[in-house]
Design a binder for this molecule. Structure first.
Ligand SMILES: [Cu+2]
Length: 178
């Protein structure tokens, strides 16, 4: 009985939906969907910064692999080097772009306003899913704000990369197919 009722309810809903598509309301909804589907411009504020962490030998031994061997974007200062006054202290750091991931749709324009907080110099570019530059290599310096944009013609992952701090100083733009 419950099943029959829910089927009747579903049929009723489907009929209403069908009817509404032929009314002004339905057309307005379709217009709304078409607008949602039209390419748009995303304005994204990104900050280039450095995150830091520290501890002491009595709490945790330093890593067996030097983080600097993993990425040019990682920093490491071992015991004795980090702080002469406190020889037990050791520090790690990492350059990042934040937000580090943005989603848009194929055909959209992605407009970035990037402010560099940490690091005097960063050599950056933006590459498309095939590795082709859509924003050519340039230097970004601390304390400056930069504006760049690209049209995401391909679906896939575009990347804002800093070659001075590769491979970890990166922001990804996931472009969904339209
Ligand atoms: Cu960098």
């Amino acid at each position: 009985m419950r099943r029959v009722l829910s089927l009747a309810g579903w049929l009723g809903g489907a009929t209403l939906l069908g009817l509404s598509l032929w009314t002004g309301e339905g057309l307005a909804q379709m217009d709304g969907l078409a607008q949602m589907d039209a390419p748009t411009t995303h304005t994204v504020f990104i900050t280039g910064m450095e995150v830091k962490g520290a501890t002491t030998l009595d709490k945790l031994a330093p890593p067996s692999v030097d983080p600097k061997d993993l990425s040019k974007g990682y920093g490491f200062k071992g015991p004795g080097e980090a702080d002469k006054q406190n020889p037990k202290r050791w520090e790690v750091a990492s350059y990042i772009f934040t937000p580090g991931a943005v989603t848009a749709r194929q055909g959209d324009t992605v407009k970035l306003t990037v402010f560099m907080v940490n690091g005097d110099r960063h050599e950056v570019s933006i590459v498309d899913p095939d590795g082709r530059e859509v924003v050519s290599k340039r230097i970004w310096n601390r304390g400056r704000e930069y504006e760049v944009s690209f049209v995401a013609e391909k679906a896939g992952t575009y990347k804002l990369v800093c070659s001075d701090h590769a491979p970890s100083m990166i922001a990804t733009f996931l472009i969904l197919p339209r």
